[in-house]
Design a binder for this molecule. Structure first.
Ligand code: ADP
Length: 650
């Protein structure tokens, strides 16, 4: 049974002893063994006539032998089936074990049972120690050449025990000797005291064994187990690294360092994969130069997650490992596939990788695989951020460039408008002047039909003057040349003049243009040209945006400390939804576009600027389809006669 259990767990635990057949076998074996104590297998003994000692077997001996044969057979079968699948060092170890076991387990029953029974001669039994010796020799050879056992454990423990014994012997001997020689010499001390002292010494001995043993254990461990390390401590160190670092470079390099340092490995190499090609490597310690040039194709040789050169007998993978002087290949795998490889060279001590190393590297591969995957994802995000930033910078630069260009174009346009308006104004003034002279009859009497036409031409020219005025003002605003020059101005006269000019137009459109002129109106300090433009603009709009048959009422009042001018029409009005956009440059409502396609959208914009520049407030109210009121108000204290100049720039 012991042999069977031994091969089940040695040299590496493979079989599960907890399975029902195995458990039944163990209990049965124990029962068979215990029965031997009650003389079940032998009836007794006798001396033959020639005085030879003879055991008399009882029938149950058959059960005993059957069990022995079964145990040996099952054990050897287990060894052989493991030998078949084993490779490398393990295969050699098993071969030695099988040879030794078969030798022992075939020869011993032969000489102990079969030959004595066959020849009725017990002398063969005395041969069995020789087989045991042979068995021990083969195992010893396997230990030395194939690293079957960790022989150091045996040596270290033996050395520790020897040292403990020697130390205790010296201490105890010295104590007893000195006490009996120095204290007890000559004096006759009672036996009782002597015994008591001995008991005290014995107690001292008992209590000092453990501390002394611990001391030597530690000492011998250090001597024989230079390679020893604490797996948990290594795992903790790696975990601390992985929780504190996300940089792939640091993770690969430092994890290699921790593994190589603790497992006392000569060197290591870390490959991180990117779409089937290597994209990052890290190295630690001494490694052959060749390993840094691993081709991605070579990596296809490795079909297992952990490959130890000690377990390989031949094959391409082994050739690869031998060529590059490597001992271990770990493949880092996540559910997304292989993320990297770790190559490790041999151990500094020249020992093979132990079961502890294998277990630890197994756990580490899983952890590092996930860590590498995370770090890679993090790098991708970071890279993405960088690209994004570059794209934004590029786009911003492009926008700035376009913006500058637009500003230049805008400036050119302003200059063009300004220039064109100036150029148009002079000939237009001449046209207007001559038409006015014709109308006034300076060139002789004008026929009624002629007068009507000339009047229309004059209104058109007048409108053009105002349009040009608007355009000039806009370009002046742009260039900062929009200057307000205030003089005492009589608004009542000014409005009357404008109304008079527009009466003809209103009549032509079948509109009633009414003006409520106040009896008395104070002079206000205003820029006459600009306020005239505003007044004319409001009335002109009212006429053009009111369908025929409607009315336009102009009102000028001075009360409660303010002067108020309003133009109220019964026209198309302005939709509530777009009212907030009124007074902005070039804005024209849709209903207005239909009614008067040739508008500019500059009049209200300029009016508001001009009113504000002179310290006034714009008045506006409108209901779509019903009519609108436009106007302005100025505080009456503006009526002082001082001369003011103000500049306004948008
Ligand atoms: P324009 O009259 O050349 O279009 P304005 O700046 O004078 O430019 O007017 C801007 C817009 O305001 C007009 O297109 C129109 O939509 C609206 N608007 C101005 N006055 C009136 C009004 N009396 N009735 C209806 N809509 C008006």
């Amino acid at each position: 049974m012991a042999f069977f259990l031994f091969v089940s767990i040695f040299p590496s635990v493979r079989s599960n002893l907890n399975k029902l057949p195995t458990r039944t076998y163990i209990y049965l074996s124990l029962a068979i063994g215990i029965l031997a104590l009650f003389g079940v297998y032998f009836k007794g003994y006798e001396y033959s006539t020639d005085g030879e000692f003879k055991l008399l077997a009882a029938p149950p001996i058959g059960v005993f032998m059957l069990h022995a044969a079964f145990s040996i057979g099952w054990g050897v079968k287990r060894l052989i089936s493991r030998y078949r699948v084993a490779a490398g060092v393990l295969r050699n170890q098993l071969l030695y074990l099988i040879t030794a076991s078969i030798l022992l387990l075939v020869l011993v029953p032969l000489t102990n049972f079969l030959l004595p029974i066959a020849f009725k001669n017990n002398t063969f039994i005395s041969l069995s120690p020789i087989y045991t010796f042979l068995f021990a020799s083969i195992i010893a050879y396997a230990i030395v050449r194939q690293k079957l056992f960790d022989i150091r454990l045996v040596v270290a423990r033996s050395a520790a025990y020897a040292l403990v014994l020697a130390t205790l012997g010296v201490i105890y001997g010295g104590l007893v000797f000195s006490v009996s020689r120095i204290i007890f010499s000559g004096s006759d001390i009672s036996e009782l005291v002597r015994q008591a002292i001995n008991v005290i010494f014995a107690l001292f001995l008992v209590f000092s064994i453990q501390p002394i043993k611990r001391f030597f254990d530690r000492y011998t461990n250090r001597l024989f187990y230079r390679d020893a390390y604490d797996s948990q401590a290594v795992l903790d160190e790696i975990n601390a690294l992985l929780t504190s670092q996300i940089s792939l470079k640091i993770i690969t390099h430092d994890s290699l360092r921790i593994v190589c340092h603790n497992l006392k490995v000569n060197g290591g190499h870390f490959l991180v994969m990117e779409k089937a090609s290597i994209y990052r490597t890290a190295s630690y310690g001494q490694l052959p130069e060749s390993i840094t040039f691993v081709h991605p194709e070579d990596l296809k040789l490795f079909k297992k997650n952990m490959i130890f050169v000690d377990n390989l007998t031949r094959g391409e993978a082994k050739e690869f490992l031998d060529k590059h002087g490597l001992s271990v290949i770990l493949r880092l795998v996540t559910q997304d596939g292989v993320v990297g490889y770790i190559f490790l060279s041999g151990k500094q001590s020249g020992n093979i990788y132990s079961q502890q190393d294998i277990d630890l590297l197994g756990i580490l591969s899983d952890e590092l695989a996930i860590a590498v995957q995370n770090a890679r994802a993090f790098e991708e995000i970071q890279q993405f951020n960088i690209t994004l930033q570059q794209k934004i910078d590029e786009a911003t630069r492009e926008l700035r460039r376009v913006n500058t260009r637009l500003r230049e174009l805008d400036k050119t346009k302003d200059e063009f408008i300004s220039m064109a308006s100036h150029q148009l104004r002079t000939p237009l003034t001449a046209v207007k002047g001559y038409l006015s002279m014709v109308l006034d009859g300076d060139t002789g009497p004008v026929k009624k039909s002629q007068k009507e036409m000339v009047q229309k031409a004059f209104s058109g020219a007048q409108r053009m003057v105002y349009l040009i005025g608007d355009m000039l003002n806009v370009s002046r605003l742009q260039t900062g040349k929009f200057v307000i020059e205030n003089h005492p101005t009589n608004l009542a006269d000014l409005v009357e003049g404008e109304i008079a000019q527009l009466q003809e137009t209103a009549a032509a459109r079948n509109l009633k243009l009414v003006y409520h002129r106040p009896d008395k109106f104070p002079d206000l300090n205003l820029d006459e040209t600009k306020i005239r433009q505003v007044v004319m603009n409001f009335i002109d709009n009212a006429i053009f945006y009111t369908p025929s048959g409607g009315s336009v009422t102009t009102e000028l009042t001075a009360s409660e400390g303010e002067a108020r001018f309003t133009v109220t029409d019964t026209g198309i009005g302005i939709p509530a939804a777009v009212q907030h956009r009124l007074f902005s440059k070039f804005y024209r409502a849709d209903n207005a576009r239909k009614m008067r396609p040739d508008g500019t959208g500059l009049g209200l914009f300029m009016a508001k600027k001009a009113i504000a520049a002179q310290g006034g407030a714009t008045i506006f109210k409108s209901t779509e389809g019903k009519g609108s009121t436009f106007g302005f108000s100025f505080p009456l204290k503006k009526s002082s006669s001082q001369h003011e100049v103000a500049a306004l720039k948008t």
